[in-house]
Design a protein around this ligand. Structure first.
Ligand code: S3P
Length: 455
């Protein structure tokens, strides 16, 4: 088990870093490239274990993948897509590791196949609820079964998925009861193999990378307010083998931005970050709290808006508490732990509401975030649907010993909080950072933070 030791330094942090390839977009790139009718080049794919699981699944289903040097000198993947009718039965269970997105998106694809597949995951993934995809996919005519567990009526991995015995899946008109891009995506991906149209209505604006990438590859996707439809009528059922570029991950960039805010020092810049509106809740929340993050050099790459982020040295001064709820929470769902760290440095209370979904992430993030903050001496109150953080303003945090509980985002949030403490902090069980941001300790170190990884 690996730990981080962080020694805060009065000089704070400053400098410029890149962000790893966006994890959500990387999963979709791996899966959709495998289904394209020809060779697809992918640039910018993150090196995290989660994305490797999706690439491994693509290979297990018959797509060949090779690594090349890309045009700009970076690495490019070449995926030989097999076409929508070309997937092969995997030889054994597909291991999704810690990646809930990989499992839920793959279930959508596998629901349309005439062979059966088994999806397995690590201990954390095996505790995550899967009925949210099982119900709609079953309603389309697939068979999705899982393990019974903690909650009656719920299903958990391993999952067995197979398409209908005869013919294609049926179309579906589905309303999500929780705002979940993974569930929306599983249905849209199953829709690639359906006879009729699939429509998904969502209660809040969840990330839209699946529909963007499907449209970019030529699939008949349309959007009307909160409802996305994939209607195959008249479509030749081909995904065009167009090149895919994965922009930087705003959920990873958030740690460098927050480091600047909580530790001060100098300006921080993060290059090439995806600024799709469905992902920018963290930055909107910071603006409400009084911290303005500038966007420079805004552009489009591979169907997604991208910008360089700039955090002025003074941005963390004058942070104030705020009410964080509704669509901001949906659009910042993975950034709530690090936003809570920023809230601990604000003047006044910050209330996080409408955040029940955090209980079903890599850990119960309401429990792990509040426990982590308490470790730093911050007063926190849990309530139904969220928690309230009593900001300490400029008062330093207490040095802590934190158990990251195997959750990458808790580990990285604690490491950033440690920069605002008045003594050294130890964060245990941080190996899981490799799932999304293996370069994290090096990136934080390059900004001047004193962080060491120890076994
Ligand atoms: C993701 C969607 C979100 C997010 C997860 C990635 C995706 O999950 O928390 O990290 O790539 O679609 P839900 O859709 O379950 O909210």
């Amino acid at each position: 088990m690996t730990s981080y030791i962080i020694e805060p330094d009065r000089a704070g942090v400053a400098g410029e870093v890149g962000a790893p390839g966006d994890k959500s977009i990387g999963h979709r790139a791996a899966i959709l490239a495998a289904l394209a009718s020809g060779e697809v080049s992918i640039t910018g794919m993150g090196r995290g274990e989660d994305n490797r699981r999706s690439l491994g699944a693509a290979e297990a289903l018959g797509a060949e993948i090779s690594v090349h040097r890309g045009a700009g000198g970076g690495e490019a993947l070449r995926v030989h897509g097999v076409g929508l009718d070309g997937l092969a039965a995997p030889r054994g269970p597909i291991d999704c590791g810690n990646a809930g997105t990989a499992m839920r998106l793959l279930a959508g694809i596998l629901a349309g196949q005439n062979f059966g597949s088994e999806l397995v995951g690590d201990a954390s993934l095996s505790r995550r609820p899967m009925r949210r995809i099982g119900d709609p996919l079953t309603a389309m005519g697939a068979s999705v079964t899982g393990r019974e567990g903690q909650r009656p009526g719920e299903i958990y991995p391993p999952l067995s998925v197979r398409g209908p015995r005869r013919g294609r899946l049926a179309g579906l008109d589905w309303t999500l009861d929780v705002a979940s891009a993974q569930v929306k995506s599983a249905i849209l991906l199953a829709g690639l193999f359906a006879e009729g149209a699939v429509s998904v209505s969502e209660p809040g604006p969840t990330r839209d990378h699946t529909e963007r990438m499907l449209a970019y590859l030529g699939a008949p996707v349309s959007r009307d307010k909160g409802r996305v439809t994939l209607d195959p009528a008249g479509w030749d059922r081909r995904l065009e083998p167009r090149p895919l570029a994965v922009p930087g991950d705003p959920s990873a960039a958030a740690f460098a931005v927050a480091a600047g805010l909580v530790a001060g020092g100098g300006d921080i810049a993060v290059r090439g970050v995806c600024v799709n509106d469905t992902r920018t809740g963290f930055f909107d929340a910071l603006a409400t709290m009084g911290a303005r993050i500038e966007r420079r050099n805004e552009r489009h790459e591979g169907g997604e808006p991208v910008a360089d982020l700039h955090v002025p040295a003074s941005a963390g001064e004058g942070l104030r508490g705020a009410e964080i709820g509704g669509d901001v929470v949906v659009r910042a769902i993975d950034e709530i732990p690090i936003l809570a760290v920023v809230a601990a440095r604000a003047a006044g209370d910050t209330d996080f509401r409408d955040a029940e979904e955090l209980r079903y992430k890599e850990s119960d993030r309401i429990a792990t975030t509040t426990e982590m903050l308490r470790g730093f001496g911050v007063e926190v109150e849990e309530h139904a649907g969220g928690f309230r953080v009593r900001g300490r303003g400029a008062k330093p945090l207490a040095p802590a010993r934190v158990d990251a509980a195997g959750d990458h985002r808790i580990a990285m949030s604690a490491a950033v909080a440690a920069l605002a403490a008045d003594g050294p902090t130890r964060v245990d069980d941080v190996d899981n950072v490799a799932t999304s941001f293996p370069e994290f300790p090096a990136a934080l170190g390059s900004l001047g933070a004193q962080i060491r990884t120890v076994d």
